[in-house]
Write a protein that binds this ligand. Structure first.
Ligand code: URA
Ligand code: ZN
Length: 381
């Protein structure tokens, strides 16, 4: 019973020391640069996005050091974090470099987690991780499967984080079928996370900082990648594949009925899928990183109605919000979105916890589930 009340953060990043030192050596994106501020102090900045405004973002110990992660968790009442390498992962490396670094970083992350503390009074660790597979253009399937096996055999890695590019042609590429198959069989979860956004010219000429790429570009990238994956039949071929989408699935919940209708009216696609597109939404897991109770309630409604759209289903009763909330999991996106002026509690985190606590019609059990219980079950912690 006590474990139901633990708070688990499933969306929290780091750059392991080995990865950060690689970024410091680079002159092309992605890179960490050192610059001198107006007050004469030196500061490191992370430059990872194409056309990144303001010379990137400040990057400090919270990106790299485990003690900082644990301090952040304590300050915010987070008992367990499932930590993942932040974007852009291995995307910029050659096949050889990506293969070697994936295996090294998986070992590093397993050690980072397994040598960390346990949750007091339990055998659970405070830190678990999502590993990496070397998913870059021209990589061999053998190399991808080797990393899946390594993650599966590790003690603390519970899945893998993945961007949207696949091996060059996106996640709807049949070349990935053996990878989806191996991941499903291993019972690992894929944490699908954006990096590229949508084309820069969409944003116009005004300097709006990072707002448009992060608030809109990132979620649209996830929306498009997941839609392509659904359209390609991956979820029909691998029905037990567990996908956890960043940022509450972007715009997919809002657009899912429109998507279903467009499929139904398209002669090329109409008979391709086994089920109505809305069915697949209810098979996904979504983080609860959307900062508002109304959005969380809406997303849980969308997830809950999935069975109504199962071909041949007699179940036409809309599922309850509770059913949908069972597939949603708290996250922070730490160390991104720090407060602009120093404060112990981060607004981005407090807002996400408040949002969960204030969803209309979510019971206490639903809220406890989203805050931690769902992650404990999904990842068998
Ligand atoms: N910005 C990033 O680059 N990555 C995140 O995960 C969040 C914000
Ligand atoms: Zn993130």
């Amino acid at each position: 019973m006590a474990s139901k009340r633990l708070v688990v953060d499933v969306h929290t990043h780091l750059y392991l020391p080995r990865y950060a030192s690689l970024l410091r050596k680079r002159t092309d994106l992605p890179k960490i640069i050192t610059r001198t501020r107006d007050d004469g102090q030196k500061e490191e900045r992370l430059v990872i996005l194409k056309d990144e405004p303001s010379g990137g973002r400040p990057v400090g110990p919270s990106y790299v050091e485990r003690d900082e992660k644990l301090r952040f968790m304590k300050n915010h009442g987070i008992d367990i974090s499932i930590v993942s390498t932040a974007n852009p992962w291995l995307d910029f490396l050659s096949t050889k470099e990506a293969h070697e670094l994936a295996l090294q970083l998986n070992d590093d992350l397993d050690e980072y987690c397994s040598s960390g503390p346990t949750v007091p009074g339990t055998s659970m660790r405070q830190l678990y991780g999502f590993g990496l597979i070397p998913i870059v253009p021209n990589i061999s399937t053998k190399s991808l499967l080797e990393a899946v096996r390594q993650i599966s055999a590790s003690s603390c890695l519970k899945g893998l984080i993945m961007g949207t590019r696949g091996v060059g042609n996106g996640l709807d590429d049949e070349a990935l079928d053996p990878v989806w198959s191996a991941i499903s069989e291993a019972g690992l979860t894929v944490f699908l996370h954006p990096h590229y956004g949508i084309p820069q010219e969409t944003w116009g000429g005004k300097n709006n900082g990072h707002v448009l790429p992060l608030a809109l570009g990132f979620p649209m990238e996830t929306t498009i990648a997941t839609t392509r994956l659904i359209l390609s039949g991956v979820l029909d071929r691998f029905p037990s594949l567990r996908l956890l989408l960043a940022h509450s699935g972007g715009a997919l919940p809002q657009l899912s009925s429109r998507l279903a209708s467009c499929i139904d009216h398209d002669p090329i696609v109409a008979s391709r899928l086994k089920h109505d597109a809305r069915f697949y939404l209810g098979k996904l897991y979504l983080d609860a990183v959307c900062y508002g109770p109304e959005e969380l309630g809406f997303v849980s409604d969308v997830l809950a109605r999935s069975n109504r759209y199962e071909t041949g289903s007699k179940n036409i009763v809309p599922g309850s919000r509770s059913v949908g909330s069972g597939r949603m999991l708290f996250g922070t996106d730490h160390p991104f979105f720090p407060p602009l002026s120093s404060s112990e509690k981060w607004k981005s985190v407090v807002e996400n916890l408040d949002a969960i606590n204030n969803v209309q019609d979510w019971t206490k059990a639903d809220k406890d589930g989203v805050k931690g219980g769902n992650a404990i079950s999904l990842f068998n912690l």
